[in-house]
Design a protein. Structure first.
Length: 237
């Protein structure tokens, strides 16, 4: 009878262990936008390859991870559904700071998040007084390793092997600047928006026609990023 009584506890413990392993796998994949192989995931999480395969299969069925043609696993679109509430809070918290940033700089201000290996703009505010500015649309997508917006998010996360020097430098400076990488003649500067951990959840920045004063613009952008982070912290508590 004692053995029978212990069985539910054992199953609960096994279920908790499986859930813990699944969360660890998902976190490792999310922290590596360039993707990881099965072997790399198993080694990083410390779980057996067979266990990692089963977890990735289950996560894939829920679109939380996806396997590319290169065989590497990346975060899937299902994560976006789970983070819909957070994104709504993020956009709400960012809106007044985007407006202030656009009017201060006379440039188009944007809020950007990661979707797998891509950077995707989720909020745009154009300057009210500028005669000419860069047209930028919500939902615009490009590799996170190209352009200030994506690189700023990566700079707000742990260093990765063989990352671009601009990302490493951005981690030290607190912002990333780039020119002509997304649009010819356009200059951009962005800073990571942290939220509770050492992983940036987004970046805020500006994109302008021609180079601006980098020091002044960086001060405005970093200030906006910090203000958004504080607003999110208040909403969470």
């Amino acid at each position: 009878m004692a053995e029978e009584a212990d069985q539910p506890k054992q199953r609960a413990a096994e279920g908790a262990k499986t859930l813990d392993n699944g969360i660890r796998v998902l976190k490792v994949v999310a922290a590596n936008p360039d993707g990881l192989t099965m072997t790399e995931i198993a080694r990083t999480t410390g779980v057996h390859r067979t266990v990692a395969y089963r977890l990735l299969l289950t996560l894939g069925q829920h679109s939380l991870v996806t396997q590319g043609d290169d065989g590497r696993f990346r975060v899937g679109v299902g994560v976006l559904e789970l983070s819909a509430s957070m994104r709504s809070d993020l956009q709400s918290a960012a809106q007044p700071h985007l407006r202030l940033l656009a009017d201060r700089s006379g440039a188009t201000a944007h809020l950007t998040v990661l979707d797998g290996a891509d950077a995707v703009s989720v909020a745009i505010v154009e300057p009210q007084e500028s005669e000419m500015h860069v047209a930028y649309r919500i939902g615009r997508r490009h590799p996170a390793t190209v352009g200030a917006a994506g690189m700023a998010i990566l700079a707000g996360r742990p260093a990765q092997p063989a990352e671009r020097a601009e990302i490493t430098t951005g981690r030290q400076r607190g912002y990333v600047a780039s020119e002509g990488e997304i649009q010819t003649g356009a200059w951009g500067l962005a800073a990571p928006v942290p939220h509770g951990t050492n992983n940036a959840i987004a970046s805020i920045g500006v994109i302008a026609l021609g180079t601006r004063d980098e020091t002044e613009t960086a001060r405005w952008v970093i200030s906006a990023a910090q203000a958004i982070s504080r607003s999110l912290a208040v909403q969470t508590h």
